[in-house]
Design a protein around this ligand. Structure first.
Ligand code: VGL
Ligand code: ZN
Length: 213
């Protein structure tokens, strides 16, 4: 059972990240679907984010001559991991995965639409230029505990949880580890260490759902 002031943030559970679509596959990404659907039933506030890139987005390796996906480049003056084309506005890859119970979502915040900057966090782009208003939405609903789930642990889940700590200092922030997966296990381990240092609590879904006994 969760209190009235608890929110679940479902990050980027989109076709483009879940292997069969083959845009930017997150290993084991489909495994989060049943866990997130079970969690959704327990939270009074249920919000999702959606990576929503224009076709010419500057984070795509295809826009950087001589570079290939997962190379390091720059974008808008920031170091930038270059990605395969993914989650392009209006395409199947950008749609929320059909296995996610979308009927329970109250709002979806789109991000990543500025071609000149990437946007991992659901609160703002990486340069802080395009705030989405997610912090205001959580504040106006009186949220005191934020549970973050979805894809990917080492990028959008990580940056969303860190931004939540920074922008909502009175809110307790949790990442539900069995409801997320990393793009890469090494950066996934680094993300967990950074989240702990920022006082984000790393938990399992059973801590919310109960043991079932
Ligand atoms: C993501 C890389 C690029 C994510 C989005 O959702 O974690 N990662 N765009
Ligand atoms: Zn993206």
């Amino acid at each position: 059972m969760t209190a009235r002031d608890a929110a679940l943030l479902v990050v980027d559970v989109q076709n483009g990240f879940i292997s069969e679509e083959r845009e930017l596959p997150v290993p084991g990404g489909a495994d989060v679907l049943p866990v997130i659907n079970a969690l959704l039933k327990r939270f009074p506030v249920r919000i999702a984010t959606q990576d929503w890139h224009p076709r010419n987005h500057g984070s795509f390796a295809s826009r950087h001559p001589g570079k290939k996906p997962f190379d390091l480049g720059t974008l808008g003056g920031l170091p930038q991991t270059l990605w395969p084309d993914h989650c392009v506005q209006g395409t199947r890859g950008a749609e929320l995965h059909p296995g996610l119970d979308q009927t329970l979502l109250q709002a979806v915040f789109r991000k990543g639409y500025d071609p000149e900057v990437d946007s991992y966090s659901g609160f703002s782009d990486n340069a802080g230029r395009n705030p989405t208003g997610l912090d205001g939405a959580l504040r106006s609903r009186g949220v005191k505990r934020l549970y973050v789930a979805g894809l990917a642990l080492d990028y959008c889940v990580r940056w969303s949880a860190l931004d939540a700590r920074r922008l909502l200092p009175d809110v307790e922030v949790f990442v539900v580890l069995d409801a997320t997966r990393p793009v890469d296990p090494r950066t996934g381990a680094e993300a967990k260490r950074e989240l702990e240092r920022a006082h984000v609590r790393l938990i399992q879904s059973r801590d919310v759902l109960g043991s079932g006994t």
